[in-house]
Design a protein around this ligand. Structure first.
Ligand code: AP5
Length: 231
């Protein structure tokens, strides 16, 4: 099963992905998270991408696709070793036509295909408010919001007790740029997946639990479609 969460910055992809992957036994492939960890570890990739990332621009497709390819191969290896994981949940990928084509090719090589795509809809003014209040655990990556979903103890992660901080790309300037880029590069993918018949739109402007329930129901509804897609 390969499920894509698509939506503008702040729509709740990361928040929902954390909840859904454990409920449905999926591994998370979150490209933003992979880039943040490469930057933090000071890897060669991290050094190459830091400036692009901090400006809120998209990392070049070839670097992004290579990371995802590696994660898909890891998943296949884990499954061969008997892991109970049933597939992948993509958060923040694909974001361009080139990435969507690459994902289709990677999966087709394995005789698989994208199972379902969930588009999370949230109005722009809500997105700006959410991103201004977003805080993330520097150790385990759990996402919080000072207004809507704060940690129990200020700036301390409920899960691992790590420090809860603001992201480097959550400045007003970078947020505006990322939202514009979403409209330009990523929103057209929503139409593409609608035409393929695998898209469900979910209202993301509700309490977090209701959004989770709607997404899980939408994914489960589409599972039988897997067998027929592409035939
Ligand atoms: P990435 O980490 O993917 O960031 P993003 O797409 O900019 O998405 P966000 O993480 O900002 O938003 P989200 O939808 O996950 O919202 P969240 O759950 O945190 O990418 C970062 C950068 O990496 C990119 O700018 C780019 O440079 C690079 N990159 C990544 N993928 C790439 C790719 N494929 N190609 C090229 N470059 C790539 O929620 C936001 C806030 O709202 C939180 O505080 C949360 O608590 C709160 N919240 C969530 N849901 C609700 C709700 N229902 N009600 C109230 N508050 C809520």
């Amino acid at each position: 099963m390969h499920v894509i969460l698509i939506g503008p910055q702040g729509s709740g992809k990361g928040t929902q992905s954390e909840r859904i992957r454990s409920q449905l036994n999926l591994t998370s492939i979150a490209t933003g998270e992979l880039f943040r960890s490469a930057i933090k570890d000071g890897t060669e990739l991290g050094k190459q991408i830091q400036l692009i990332y901090d400006r809120g621009e998209l990392i070049p497709d070839h670097l992004t696709v290579a990371l995802v390819e590696e994660r898909i191969a890891n998943l296949a290896r884990e499954q061969e070793r008997g892991s109970p994981l049933v597939g992948a949940l993509y958060d923040g990928f694909p974001r361009t036509y080139g990435q969507a084509d690459a994902l289709d090719r990677l999966l087709a090589d394995r005789g698989e295909a994208v199972t379902s795509v969930i588009a999370i809809d949230v109005p722009r003014e809500t997105l700006m408010r959410r991103l201004a209040g977003r805080r993330v655990c520097a150790v385990c990556g759990r996402v919080y919001n000072v207004d809507f979903d704060p940690p129990t103890i200020d700036a301390v992660c409920d899960t691992c007790r790590g420090p809860v901080l603001q992201r480097a790309d959550d400045t007003q300037e970078a947020v505006g740029k990322r939202l514009d880029l979403y409209e330009l590069e990523t929103a057209p993918l929503v139409e593409r997946y609608a035409e393929e018949g695998i898209l469900t739109r979910v209202d993301g402007d509700r309490v977090i639990d209701s959004v989770t329930d709607a997404i899980v129901a939408a994914i489960q509804e589409r599972i039988p479609v897997v067998a027929t897609r592409g035939r």
